[in-house]
Design a protein. Structure first.
Length: 56
């Protein structure tokens, strides 16, 4: 299930994410989603898998 939310970021970051996304053939939002997935994967490889059941 997808969750929609509003995120406030600086104009510079938004423009840079658009640039990177365009370079890789993705939209800005898809680039942000990809970056989040990479960040989570890096965290989990260093710290351990996040148990979402534990969070509720």
């Amino acid at each position: 299930m997808d969750v929609k939310f509003t995120m406030v970021i600086s104009e510079d970051i938004a423009r840079k994410m658009s640039y990177i996304g365009k370079y890789y053939g993705r939209s800005r939002i898809k680039e942000i989603e990809w970056a989040c997935k990479e960040y989570i994967a890096k965290f989990e490889s260093e710290i351990g898998e996040i148990d979402l059941e534990e969070d509720t």
